[in-house]
Design a protein around this ligand. Sequence first.
Ligand SMILES: O=P(O)(O)OC[C@H]1O[C@H](O)[C@H](O)[C@@H](O)[C@@H]1O
Length: 431
Amino acid sequence: MNVDIGNALSSVASPGVSRESLERLDEQVATAHERIETGMANEEHGYEALNLPERTDPDEIRTAVDPVIDAEALLTIGIGGSSLGAATITNALESDTETVFLDNVDPEWVSSHLERLPLAETAINVVSRSGTTAETLANFLVVREAFESAGVDWTERTIVTTGDSGPLRDLAERHGLPSLLVPDGVPGRFSALSAVGMVAAAVCGHDLEALLAGAAAERETLSGSLFDCPAYAYGATTYALDQRGAGINAIMPYAESLETSAEWFAQLWAESLGKDDLGQTPVRALGVTDQHSQLQLYRAGPRDKLVTFVTTEESADRPIPTTDVEDLAYLGDATLGELRTAEFEATEASLAATGRPNVRVELEHIDEYELGGLLYGMEAACVLAGELYGVNTFEQPAVEWAKKATRGLLGGGDFAEAAAVAEKTELRVER
Ligand SMILES: O=P(O)(O)OC[C@H]1O[C@H](O)[C@H](O)[C@@H](O)[C@@H]1O
């Protein structure tokens, strides 16, 4: 990926960063880079994720999915880091295999998929790093039962990706299911380039080697200066903007197929950096659609935001038919792609004209190689930002609290602390 931070510089943006302040920040970037390289070399928790381009074995993943490679549909059951990386990849690329991601535990929605899908031709991809996540295990139990009710042997159609111990690992062993390991030292939101994200890609027939090659090329750019490394340029600039008041980062890909990448990014940014009263709030948007719903705020609301555009060159395009309606003549001879590009450029310029910082992340096109680069680049940017904030990028204790409370509510553990808070804060207004 390439990164253009020109519209974040203080000569054009407020809040903005000056080139001089970025040069000063570059000393911290060099120190952070050394820390990151040490963490990678020592295979430390979290930093190990940046070694995935060399560690992930595409053959192992292809062997595991081989029994279901002809599936018409793939049902991935996982949540957060165990779903969004895979969804980012498969939603961005075309495939004959239909992909469905069961992350939410919405009974109507889950049932609607189970009633609609051809279960005998559907593969199940269960993913949970911990192997204990309530939503994932509950959805899996429901799916299993639906397969059994339809007379389909789910054990013939299921692949499990999880840690080396835990309930999901036990279940995989008990039923002799093909299983893959979530690599040690790789937190879920950094695991897209492992089996966690790539099983779905393999079933859909995507080029795993190209995904890893794109990531490896991004890894090659990591260096001690933000001026030489797109990922660090992004991480350092977003951090510097936050220090100057841009506490919100609206990420806005300009391609329908990249919409999920904004969801993936939101988890990466929120869970990694949101701690110790620090962090930057990610907001998901989609170009051009959200120009017509959020741009007003971005251009004229509080100066507490930056907008991250993710752009790509056109691949397939479609001409806009000419018409004899005079007011529409300007569309004649244009294509949908040209219209989208014009809308993007106009939006970028409209933010710049009112001094609203924005950053452009550019992909050459949407394919495995570029996606691998985007996933790796944003992860490296996030690790760098975490070093600059001085937070522990790789933990998420605040989420664990709610997980325990959920278990407690279902009678699966100690809920006393959460119950006491819920009791104290209850304030109902009834009709
Ligand atoms: O992969 P799992 O262990 O099932 O975890 C799934 C998700 O659970 C939690 O919500 C964590 O905060 C996320 O970081 C994680 O991605």
